[in-house]
Design a protein around this ligand. Structure first.
Ligand SMILES: C[S@@+](CC[C@H](N)C(=O)[O-])C[C@H]1O[C@@H](n2cnc3c(N)ncnc32)[C@H](O)[C@@H]1O
Length: 305
């Protein structure tokens, strides 16, 4: 069958109509553009260079390029592959899992369904640790539940003098985190295990974590992207979402040096319970940092000196 040639604009218009029937019509055009750019770049990787070279297409093309070249006819392989990806997105598959890429703290990360997609609000955690770490010459930092490695890698990138350990219960998540560390040119130790068990004998200046904190009861209220595609191990923490904090916070106290800090991401409405857990474990200087929506998003506390 002879393929009909499609222009870039016709492909995006058609994809937008398809994606308007999916779970996020408000992002339909943006998603269509992201997927088309991904496919064009992929084809450059895959060796379909003739068409790309002929049209002077570089790897770093962007949305402005799509607009400027809207009447350009694409290769059939590009339009066929694009339509397949659009159908995946229409069912709710996160765009980051389709492209395998995301950005966190300005750094590139590979993501697969084995890892949580890093969220922009988690960048607040990195910011807070960088602020506190300015008072330590060479801090030892452990990231519990590293997932894609986003927190540990961003910290390693900004604090080359720190020694960083990244722990996760999931072997497949650790494989992605290792790959991301290599890609971003940073070195650290990766350990598989439950919370702080792999470092039982050690002491740290910082323990940081964005642990699972969604209540099982809230499962149905999550978006289809999260509920159906992100790993359950990364999301759920018992009936009230506090199960991991209940084990992690006392263990953290024991693993910190006197004067060391714990910095945790927390979920909506969890600050009173987390404050209580921190206080009963012996922490002082308990502070909550709000996100851009003014929701307390970080719990930060210090082991007394
Ligand atoms: C919410 S995700 C956070 C991932 C990443 N740090 C981020 O901020 O995007 C939680 C991570 O904790 C890991 N995890 C869950 N339970 C754990 C446990 N008991 N011990 C260690 N890691 C655990 C999951 O595999 C997942 O990678």
């Amino acid at each position: 069958m002879k393929h009909k040639e499609s222009t870039i604009r016709a492909l995006i218009d058609e994809a937008e109509r398809t994606l308007c029937e999916g779970p996020h019509p408000e992002r339909a055009r943006r998603d269509a553009e992201t997927l088309l750019l991904h496919i064009i770049r992929e084809n450059a990787h895959a060796g379909h260079k003739a068409w790309l070279t002929y049209h002077g297409i570089a790897q770093n093309i962007n949305s402005a390029w799509l607009v400027a070249n809207r009447y350009l006819s694409t290769m059939p392989i590009i339009s066929d592959n694009f339509k397949t990806l659009v159908m995946r997105r229409r069912t709710g598959e996160p765009i980051q899992y389709i492209t395998g890429e995301t950005e966190f703290y300005g750094l590139p990360f590979r993501v697969t369904p084995d890892v949580l997609i890093p969220r922009p609000e988690t960048e607040h955690l990195v910011e807070k640790v960088l602020e506190l770490a300015a008072n330590f010459a060479a801090p030892r930092i452990v990231d519990v539940g590293t997932g894609s490695g986003c927190i540990a890698i961003a910290l390693a990138y900004k604090l080359p003098q720190a020694s960083i350990t990244a722990i996760d219960l999931s072997k497949s998540a650790l494989a992605i985190a290792r790959e991301n560390a290599k890609r971003n040119g940073v070195a650290m130790r990766f350990l598989e295990g439950d919370l702080l068990v792999p470092v039982t004998e050690e002491r740290f200046e910082f323990i940081v974590s964005n642990p699972p904190y969604v209540a099982e009861a809230d499962r149905e209220s999550l978006s289809v992207e999260v509920r159906e595609y992100e790993p359950a191990l990364a999301l759920f923490a018992g009936d009230d979402g506090l199960e991991v904090y209940r084990r992690l916070i006392p263990a953290t106290f024991d693993a910190l040096i006197p004067g060391g800090f714990v910095v945790l991401e927390i979920g909506y409405g969890q600050s009173p319970a987390v404050a209580e857990l921190l206080a009963t474990s012996g922490f002082e200087e308990i502070e909550f940092v709000p996100d851009l929506q003014r929701i307390p998003r970080l719990a930060c506390a210090r082991r007394p000196i």
